[in-house]
Design a protein around this ligand. Sequence first.
Ligand SMILES: Cc1cc2nc3c(=O)[nH]c(=O)nc-3n(C[C@H](O)[C@H](O)[C@H](O)COP(=O)(O)O)c2cc1C
Length: 182
Amino acid sequence: MNDPFHQLDTTLSQVWQRLARGTKDRRASTRHPTLATLSETGPQARTVVLRGVDIPAKTIEIHTDRRSDKVAELTKTPQATLHVWDAKASLQMRLRCTATLKHADTEKWAQIPETAQRVYGGTPAPGHEISQPKAHDPQPNPNDFTIIYLQITQIETLHLGSDLHRRARFTAPDWQGHWIAP
Ligand SMILES: Cc1cc2nc3c(=O)[nH]c(=O)nc-3n(C[C@H](O)[C@H](O)[C@H](O)COP(=O)(O)O)c2cc1C
């Protein structure tokens, strides 16, 4: 059987390969995962760009504005889930993570193109009411640039095969997989 989703070890390799592709290929299905956090009023979820994947370290990198709600939420409750629907592979991935935040990394900031720097900084801060869309003044500011590092602690996959739905769970530190009922 050549389908990688028929075995646990190759299912897990597919996850890492596909996540890695999302950091390089703007058109990859894994490019834009959903980051879920816990806010004071309940769960929150938003689309983000996958900026980096470190396979040996099992970490994911996301960039954001330090003043955004997600940073406040992760500061209070560092547990997060990253959700990815890879339509090309018919694969759902749910990654349980613990977040650490790195603010004002000037070395990393210098590597970001100027057009992309414009989304970090600006007045007023993200989430504040404005009179009209043009009333936001973008001022790139390295002090408002935050890197979210997500340490992955568990990966759950659901593959929609033509014959069967295959659901599996892989947990740190040994990442041994188990099939679970879909
Ligand atoms: C395709 C797409 C990619 C996005 N990528 C990011 C991102 O990498 N980082 C980010 O902070 N916001 C990103 N956003 C905006 C967020 O989805 C969200 O609207 C914003 O960060 C405010 O979220 P918060 O108030 O929950 O912190 C993206 C939105 C879209 C539609």
